[in-house]
Design a protein around this ligand. Structure first.
Ligand code: PLP
Length: 403
């Protein structure tokens, strides 16, 4: 059944989902059937401003013609031929992303965790063959790198790890933003340092000024690969095409996913010449790099570049942050308003994020709670200032209601 047909039937699809789908997390008690621009619509026709955007995925908004036309074009022509062949959309996207990022090589996957697995394999092979068998990757506390076993092993957040221990080894954790701890944890066995430029899932935690630059310098000095997980921060989310540009640094490996193709699943790992160590047989993916996802990603990223959206995101981000800061000024219990570009958050001094989320839902705004006291705002990059005004007004009402 298509989403539009779902609107006319009376089946309780929430009950069907709860009966058949594995229980992995909580959902909003709403069945979404349609999206348009920055708005989602439920099965009763109620509209919601979408400040979640599929968790920073739907970069051009819902049902954007750029995405719809690219999907149609690729689907009508060829969805997948396999990586046993050369294909044009894959080649075009590979060139575009390498040229935009200054990286040398790329491999496509289907999402962020898979892209990170490529990064781990690359850096492990590099350590094994070119750094005397070094295999350890230093990651950070509160990080999030995905849900595969390897990505969970790399994630420094206990609740994601504990149910699955023992996890694959070779990862250790230091506090995010603490350069001295990172230096102290480095040994001759260290082959990589894995970081998010901003810890999105942890609550949009920003590193102290100069931290990323200093990590870059340390990696260079110690001959360690710097792996930046830009799955959430990449593709214009922070008002730069890649968040590492904010600090004027360059990673050795970078991973991307989420916002690449406006909602179509795709991910990528990119590396520089030094880390380009894969040989035939080292890696593969049945779906990774298919015509559909790479064709759509090419259309989305080209549009982002050509339409000037990157600079627009920076400007709208400042506008949004200004509005959030005014909430911080007005409500004592709003401890902090932070972010860059359209990756923003407010932190409360109490565990009231779920009450705010609930109020938002009732009043037509979707915001996500990333911790008991932290709300994250990650609208489509195409969101208008008027929609930002509307969202902040609802948020204001929510804060007033818990005051
Ligand atoms: N890395 C970061 C920084 C993320 O924020 C996420 C998802 O939230 C992932 C990796 C995992 O991506 P995926 O869910 O596409 O596997």
């Amino acid at each position: 059944m298509t989403s539009s047909a779902a609107r006319t039937d009376t089946t309780d699809w929430m009950a069907v989902t709860d009966r058949y789908f594995m229980t992995t997390g909580r959902r909003f008690p709403v069945t979404i059937v349609r999206g348009s621009g920055s708005r989602l619509f439920d099965d009763a026709g109620k509209s919601y401003l979408d400040f979640l955007a599929g968790i920073a995925v739907v970069s051009l908004g819902h049902a954007n013609p750029v995405v719809v036309n690219a999907i149609r074009e690729e689907a009508e022509n060829l969805i997948l031929a396999s990586n046993n062949f050369y294909t044009v959309p894959q080649a075009r996207l590979a060139r575009l992303l390498c040229e935009l990022s200054g990286m040398e090589r790329i491999y496509f996957q289907n999402g962020g965790a898979e892209a990170n697995e490529v990064a781990f394999k690359l850096v492990r092979k590099w350590g094994k063959t070119q750094k005397a068998g070094a295999f350890e990757i230093i990651s950070t506390e509160n990080s999030f790198h995905g849900r595969t076993l390897g990505a969970v092993a790399a994630t420094g957040t206990a609740r994601y790890r504990e149910p699955f221990e023992p996890l694959p080894g070779g990862f250790k954790f230091v506090p995010y933003g603490d350069i001295e701890a990172l230096k102290a944890a480095t040994t001759p066995l260290t082959c990589g340092i894995l970081l998010e430029c901003i810890q999105g899932e942890a609550g949009v935690l920003m590193p102290p000024a100069g931290y990323l630059k200093e990590v870059r310098r340390w990696c260079g000095e110690q001959n360690i690969a710097l792996i930046l997980d830009e799955v959430q921060t990449g593709i214009a989310r922070t008002g730069k095409m890649f968040a590492f540009e904010q600090d004027g640094i360059q990673p050795d490996i970078m991973t991307l996913a989420k916002g690449m193709a406006g909602g179509v699943p795709v991910g990528a790992a990119l590396c520089n010449k030094k880390l380009d160590v894969f040989e035939p047989g080292d890696h593969g993916s049945t779906f990774g790099g298919n015509n559909l996802s790479t064709g759509v990603a090419f259309a989305v990223i080209s549009h982002i570049v050509e339409s000037g959206l990157v600079a627009e995101v920076a400007e709208k981000g400042e506008y949004l942050l200004g509005k959030l800061r005014s909430l911080e000024d007005r409500y004592d219990f709003v401890k902090d308003a932070r972010g860059v570009g359209l990756l923003c958050a407010i932190e409360l001094d109490r565990p009231a994020a779920s009450a705010v989320t609930q109020y938002g839902l009732e009043h037509g705004l979707i915001v996500s709670q990333v911790r008991d006291s932290i709300l994250r705002l990650i609208p489509p990059l195409t969101v208008s200032k008027q929609e930002i005004d509307e969202a902040v007004e609802i948020l204001d009402g929510a804060l007033m209601s818990i005051d």
